[in-house]
Structures are given as C-alpha cells and as structure tokens.
Design a protein around this ligand. Structure first.
Ligand SMILES: Cc1cc2nc3c(=O)[nH]c(=O)nc-3n(C[C@H](O)[C@H](O)[C@H](O)COP(=O)(O)OP(=O)(O)OC[C@H]3O[C@@H](n4cnc5c(N)ncnc54)[C@H](O)[C@@H]3O)c2cc1C
Ligand code: SF4
Length: 537
C-alpha cells in the first residue's frame, strides 16, 4: 500500500501516530514522520488513522487533490474544453517527479482520454523527495519506500531514463537524447531543479563528497552513515543542510555546519528566525560556523575526502561532506526553444502557461513545479520560483486543468506558498513569502520554548507567517495574508505576548529588477519589435 501525508495540511495533532504507531511517529512534539510504503498488514490501522486525522491529510494509494478536499465542486471533470482533443489529443509531460506525475493523474481524473506520455531522465517512477533528507537518512525507511502513488494505476506511456534534449515549438516536438522526436499537441514542462554541485570539479569528485537531491544521492549518503563516519561536514545551512545536520545528531555523529550567511535558514526566513534555528543547532551539539565559507576540500592519497579549509583560516576534519548549496533549474534542454527560460526558471503566466522570450504567452506549453517562475498577484505580481512540495502539487493541478480547459474556464495559480521542515525535533512551517517583509513580530507563543508564531509584514500588511511547533495556526494566518490584513496584527490570540514588538525582519537583500539584465529589445515597429536573450559567459 502507498501512503502520502500532505504535510502542508498536517497540523501535528498526532492521532495517526496513536492509531498506527508502526507507520506514523512523532519526532518531538509536532514533527510527523511516516513510512510511505507500509506492510499490507497495517492497512486497517492506516485507514483508521486517515479517518481520524482532523484535517484529512492522509491519502492512501492515491492522492486526492487540494482542490478536491477544499472545494469539492472544483473536482468535477472539466467540461469546458475541446472534446476532440480530450478524446484523441496527445499530451507530453517532461519531468517524471512530483509535478509531472501529479499532473498525469489529474489529467486522467479530469477526463483526458487521449495519449499521455511521461518523459523522465531518472530510472525510477516518480518518488517523493522530502523523506530523502529525513526518514531515509536515519534509516527508518529505505529509498524503495519513497515511491509516489499513482503511476501504475493510470494509463501513461512512461519513458524512463530518457532525457529530453530539445523543444521545437514550431514543429510541436520534444527531442530526446536517444534521437527520437515525440510529437505533442500540448506539453507540460516539469523538469524541476538539481543540486548545485561543489564548484571545484576535482574536489567534488573526492570519495565522500555528496549532494542530496535524488534517490541515488540519498542511498549513497545513507550507506556512508550506516558504515560509520568520524565527522560529517555540511556546507550550507538552508533547509536541506539543516535537516541533514539534524539526522547526524540523531545518529550521534559529530557534525560541523559551515554557512556563509549570518544564520541557518536566514536566506528563507530572515536573520531573526535564523538565529533561533542557530540556537537549536548548537543546543543539539552541532558545531555551527556562520559567516564563514569553505574555501577548499582536501583529499588523501587515495582520493578520499579528509577535510576542508575555511575562510577564517581554520580547518575541519571530515570523512563525509554533504554539499547543500541550493539548486540549479533544469532548463538547458530548452535552449533555442524561444521560451523565457534561464537560471531563474521558465516564466509562466498565472495560469501556468509558458511565456516566450518576447513576453508572449504560449497556447500549448505549460510549466509546473520547481522549474516554474510565475507571477503572484498577492505579491504585486512579482515573479517567484519556489522549491516547495505543496507548490509543485498545486501548480501541477492548475496546469493540468488549464490544459483541458478553454480560455474562459482556466484557473489562476493563486495558492499561497506553504513549506514545512522537520529538524531537531521541531516542525517548522511557513505560509506566504517571508523574504517579502521588512518587519516581523512574535505574535503567539515563546521563542525560548521554540513554540511560536512569527508574523511577517511588508509596508503595513501581513505577508507571511512562520510557525515552530504551532502548525495549527497556519490556516488562520493564510487567510489574513490573502485578505492583506494589517501588520502588525491587532487581534487577541492564544499565547499572545503582552506587547507585540515589531523588529526588522533582516531578510536577504532583494534583487532589483535592473540587476544583471539578460535581454535586449530590438526592432522599431510593433510587428518587428522582439526581445533577444543576451548570454553572459
Ligand atoms: C532532500 C529534499 C528534501 C525536501 N524536503 C522538503 C520539505 O520538507 N518540504 C517541502 O515543502 N519541500 C521539500 N522538498 C522540495 C520538494 O521535494 C520539491 O519541491 C519537489 O520535488 C518539486 O517537484 P518537481 O516535480 O517540480 O521537481 P523535481 O522533483 O526536481 O523533478 C523534476 C524531474 O525532472 C527530471 N528531469 C530534469 N531534466 C530533465 C530532462 N531534460 N528530461 C527528462 N527529465 C528531466 C529530473 O531528473 C526530475 O526527476 C525537498 C526536496 C529535497 C531534494
Ligand atoms: S494532522 Fe493528521 S496527519 Fe498530521 S499528525 Fe495529526 S492525524 Fe497525523
């Protein structure tokens, strides 16, 4: 059986862990871990747990959509599209992971009976990545248990281990590395991101230096951890690096984390909350060094990593190095396609339709998941690219719906970003965009106890909320953000401190639109005016 918990909805009540303790466990007070592929003998208990979950976050064998649970009327099969296309058309999805697999399921659910081709460069059926830095590394579940539900049950031609190398919009074809060309009527781009490698290739090739993005990466790191290591070095204290550090401490391993920024998670949540995360790491025994860079990795005569030299002149010994320097978008295969695709992602309109380099919206090309860069009306139509599980699912649903719908019935992708992370026994969640903020207040709870809600504001309105072990409040703040409620919040809440003290959020510096221009506009009259990409070497 396959189980998926929508952890964007889970509020950490723990009923599931009570009903099916062999499948669901609580790590700390609210951080839920679970086995996505439990023994068949657990079925009855898992069904009871799913029924008991107060927010209906547990899905068994197939994943219901966010829209289905929140607004049932939206889940009826689309009836406003081109019937001939829905019967005989051919949809190609490039990228066989969360967004691609999810879109395939929604297309079938919503009445697409034509040909569906899913192209993936990995050898596996779609699998879930969040457990890779959590349960898989602790050894609680094996990598085989991370497969996502769905694919076998829907009729889809799955081309695995087959990278796409080009997209020809005029001929409506996807080119594959093996020389084949696949015709399509509509195509969905869902090629996500890959881990940013260590910049020095020789050092990156040392035995014991790893990144973490794929099932194979997780398997390799897990094997190292299980074989026994003396000291782990983690480069980068974003979510992935911090989660790996947490696992290392769970396994009682010595771990050093080196972070160039002022604090862990500061890039996503700002320095104020980053400092709370820093205290959490240090209390757990992590040797955390912030404001410092790794300058070089050193190996021994056999090519095994043995340590690193840091920018403050110090050195660190390590026989396992995890490089967690963020992600690079998988857009190279789109070079020459004419789409607005670059290091920032593939630009779309608010309905997941791709935009070309002239800023024109395409008709038959859609984009979803981590590779997409889309305008969000709530944030001044600012384009954003998110690496969030919930966003990949929501965008896949919108893209699939819009592929089957005529203009008048297309949906905009308006859901607010929601992210979760489990580390050091704490469930961290955010809703909205904490980097679009000039101030924050601790609106509920206590930072010292690491149970609190931080509310972020920008120019007098609420833009985001971050909870530490207080996930039950997230929906409340989501509504406030959607309503552009005033900041600081002026209501009485459970656990509200006597005085709300707004402090600078100290987020990362924001890019100004003029920075690093990559396009020029050519031509004079509207018929010949075009945008051309300028490539920086
Ligand atoms: C270790 C880890 C932990 C995470 N934890 C969390 C978490 O706790 N909470 C959270 O909200 N999010 C988390 N995430 C993020 C979440 O997993 C991603 O947002 C999600 O996987 C995005 O799905 P996607 O389908 O858009 O992209 P991806 O999962 O990146 O999939 C893209 C797929 O396309 C394939 N591909 C790329 N190029 C080509 C090509 N040219 N041809 C064919 N195929 C191609 C890739 O190999 C890949 O299989 C985590 C991610 C990782 C790696
Ligand atoms: S909200 Fe549901 S899935 Fe989350 S811990 Fe509670 S019962 Fe389990």
């Amino acid at each position: 059986m396959r189980v998926v918990v929508d952890l964007t909805r889970c509020q950490g009540y723990g009923q599931c862990a009570f009903m099916a303790p062999d499948v669901f466990t609580m790590h700390g007070q609210e951080a839920l871990m679970y086995d996505p592929d439990p023994e068949a003998a657990q079925r009855e208990r898992v069904l009871q747990a799913a029924a008991a979950c107060p927010v209906q976050a547990i899905h068994i064998d197939r994943m219901a959509t966010q829209h289905r649970t929140r607004e049932p009327e939206l889940s009826y099969a689309t009836s406003h599209g081109d019937d001939a296309f829905k019967r005989d058309g051919h949809i190609v999805i490039v990228g066989a992971s969360l967004a691609g697999g999810r879109a395939a399921g929604v297309l079938r659910r919503d009445g697409f009976k034509g040909r569906l081709t899913l192209i993936g460069d990995e050898l596996y059926e779609p699998y879930d990545r969040p457990p890779l830095s959590k349960q898989v590394l602790t050894g609680t579940i094996t990598v085989e248990h991370t497969a996502l539900p769905h694919l076998r049950e829907i009729e889809v031609e799955f081309l695995s281990g087959t990278p796409a190398t080009g997209l020809d919009l005029a001929a409506k074809q996807v080119r594959l590395a093996d020389g084949r060309q696949i015709d399509f009527d509509k195509v969905l781009i869902a090629t996500g991101v890959r881990a940013r490698p260590w910049p020095n290739e020789q050092e990156a090739a040392l035995d014991g230096v790893h990144v973490l993005r794929t099932l194979d990466d997780a398997h390799r790191i897990r094997e190292r951890l299980a074989a026994g290591v003396r000291r782990v070095l983690i480069i980068g204290a974003g979510f992935t690096g911090s989660e790996v550090a947490s696992v290392c401490r769970d396994l009682d391993l010595d771990v050093t984390v080196v972070e160039a920024g002022p604090a862990p998670l500061a890039g996503a949540l700002g320095k104020v909350i980053g400092e709370v995360a820093a205290r959490m790491q240090r209390d757990a025994g992590v040797d955390l060094r912030c404001g410092i860079k790794v300058e070089a990795l050193d190996g021994d005569a056999d090519g095994r990593v043995r340590g690193a030299r840091l920018s403050d002149g110090s050195t660190v010994e390590a026989d396992l190095v995890v490089v967690a320097l963020g992600a690079v978008r998988n857009i190279e295969w789109l070079a020459g396609s004419g789409l607005a695709a670059g290091p920032w992602g593939v630009a779309t309109d608010a309905g997941c339709r791709a935009v070309d380099i002239n800023g024109l919206v395409t008709d038959d090309v859609f984009v979803a998941g981590d590779v997409a860069r889309f305008p969000h009306p709530v944030y001044h139509y600012q384009f954003m690219a998110l690496e969030h599980w919930g966003n990949a699912v929501a965008q896949a649903e919108i893209a699939a719906h819009n592929m089957l719908s005529d203009q008048a019935h297309r949906w905009p992708h308006l859901s607010l970003p929601v992210f979760w992370s489990n580390q050091f026994g704490v469930n961290i969640k955010s809703v909205g965009v904490p980097t679009i903020a000039d101030e924050l207040v601790i609106a509920q709870g206590s930072v010292e106890e690491r149970r609190f809600v931080a509310v972020y504001g920008y120019r007098g309105r609420i833009t985001a909320a971050v909870t530490f072990d207080q996930a039950m409040w997230l929906d409340f703040y989501r509504d406030l953000i959607q309503r552009a409620a005033p900041f600081p919040p002026d209501f009485q809440m459970v656990g509200r401190p006597d005085e709300l003290l707004a402090v600078p959020a100290e987020g990362p510096p924001r890019l100004t639109p003029a920075e690093g221009a990559t396009v020029v506009v050519t031509g004079h009259d509207p018929a010949e005016r075009r945008v051309t990409l300028v490539r920086h070497q």
